[in-house]
Design a protein around this ligand. Structure first.
Ligand code: SF4
Length: 468
């Protein structure tokens, strides 16, 4: 997917002014945030978060060993494990597999890595028809290959009415107003694709090393159809998704659906192992795992290694006041919200996403709800430090901070400057309690007023109080 993160400010400003978008995001917030709160009530949340963090840390610390074990076990059960360095290699491998098996149509279950690789465009160019089967992804695909705006609810930015209008136009059937009826209509449309596709492509929530299995968490059942009906199944997932044992999977499954959708367990949970055996009624004859780096390996051993714990639950974005205001498209790449503000600069280069680490208030709601305790605000702060060290911030900001640093090392001058500043701002407020336009920093007051200062500095007030 083409990175648009450099235009974050403009996109965020447009989204922040879109009241209809905020109404839609408000509904989702109520659903996910309230749902999560209810769902974790019966859990020893802190103990489960600690255990989940420990499992993910264990995997990441010895990633090479667990990946080797996974490869051995998956291969023993008839699968083939392939490795991709980047999006271009993912596309090349999938197209090779499609050609080898004479595939003309591929049905897909949701995979964020296929978004990273822009796989649908590559498949189409190679003469293979990709069909998204997750309802949200399907809606976006038939609406001109629109991009997801949320990692687990891709069409969260659409209303029921917008989807009804889209279905009427694309399916050429009378408009439905009831969500159940619309879902049935989509199912009817998709059924023919499920039955005629030669290949299924899915992501993976976890890879279990001890059994070579894929764990898939879905709510619509499309994942099962994609992974069992076609004769070829291709799993595309990041290398960091491997976990050691089925017992670890049980622990993580206590926290993933609760954090993601507020469910104690998702509607469908599949553990898929190996190819179809003699006597099996369904399952793929050919199973491929494409395990992808695309920037992940570079995080090992560095400040940002904790990000590899991420289990893509979306709790951080559901609870983020910035995401709740601007939605996912403003972030400009595959991953929105706080996890995207960290991952995108790491994957596409910090110089290509310089505003994303700033796209947070550092209120730590994200860190507090993350089921694997990723310190997201701390990681954003580290990225901000890197931006300063590499001279990537705008010159005005750098000059202002350099001036502040110079003054801060000269206490008398600093006190004088603070006094002058407080008096000037009070004068600018002209007796009002707010300043509508800040002279030297007008962008600060573009979206809110600046509280007028009292007129004296903290030092002056402190000295006055001490002398009483
Ligand atoms: S960073 Fe944490 S909260 Fe956000 S998606 Fe990843 S695991 Fe979930």
């Amino acid at each position: 997917m083409q990175n648009q993160s450099m235009h974050f400010k403009q996109r965020a400003a447009a989204a922040a002014a879109d009241r209809a978008l905020q109404a839609k995001l408000g509904t989702a917030k109520a659903l996910f945030v309230t749902g999560r709160r209810r769902a974790v009530a019966d859990l020893d949340l802190e103990a489960t978060r600690t255990a989940s963090q420990a499992i993910r840390d264990t995997c990441v610390a010895d990633l090479d060993l667990w990946l080797e074990r996974f490869e051995t076990e998956a291969t023993r059960r008839g699968a083939q494990v392939l490795w991709a360095r980047d999006g271009a290699e993912i596309c090349r491998l999938v197209i090779d597999i499609a050609r080898r098996h004479g595939v003309k149509k591929a049905i897909k279950s949701k995979s964020m890595l296929s978004e990273e690789a822009d796989l649908n465009a590559a498949l189409e160019a190679a003469g293979v028809q990709p069909v998204e089967t997750d309802l949200g992804e399907y809606i976006l695909q038939i609406n001109g290959n629109e991009r997801p705006s949320h990692i687990i609810a891709p069409a969260i930015h659409k209303t029921k009415e917008e989807v009804a209008e889209l279905f009427e136009r694309v399916h050429r059937k009378p408009r439905k107003t009831d969500i159940g009826q619309m879902t049935r209509e989509a199912r009817e449309e998709l059924r023919a694709h499920f039955l005629s596709a030669e290949m299924g492509i899915s992501g993976g929530n976890f890879l279990v090393a001890e059994t070579g299995s894929l764990a898939l968490v879905t709510n619509e059942g499309n994942g099962r159809m994609v992974t069992t009906l076609p004769r070829v199944h291709v799993v595309i997932t990041g290398v960091e998704k491997v976990i050691p044992t089925l017992e670890d999977l049980a622990t993580l499954m206590r926290i993933l659906p609760r954090s993601a959708t507020g469910q104690t367990i998702s509607n469908y949970f599949s553990v898929l192992t190996g190819v179809k055996r003699p006597g099996d009624t369904d399952g793929p004859e050919h199973l491929y795992f494409i395990l992808v780096d695309n920037g992940r390996i570079d995080l090992l051993g560095g400040d940002f290694q904790p990000m590899l714990r991420c289990i893509r639950c979306a709790a951080c974005m559901n609870h983020c006041p910035v995401y709740q205001t601007i939605g996912g498209h403003a972030y400009g790449w595959v991953y929105p919200g706080p996890m995207g503000s960290v991952l995108t600069p790491l994957y596409v280069g910090i110089e290509n996403a310089i505003d994303l680490p700033q796209a947070a208030t550092l209120c730590n709601q994200c860190g507090a709800v993350c089921p694997v305790k990723i310190p997201l605000p701390e990681l954003m702060r580290k990225l901000r430090e890197q931006e300063v060290e590499r001279g990537l911030r705008p010159w005005g900001e750098r000059a202002a901070l350099a001036l502040w640093g110079w003054l801060a090392r000269r206490p008398r001058l600093y006190a004088l400057a603070a006094k002058l500043g407080a008096r000037t701002l009070k004068w600018q407020a002209g007796g009002e309690d707010r300043i509508r336009v800040l002279g030297l920093a007008p962008s600060w007051t573009a979206g809110r007023d600046f509280p007028a200062p009292e007129g004296r500095t903290f030092r002056e007030l402190y000295a006055e109080r001490k002398s009483r």
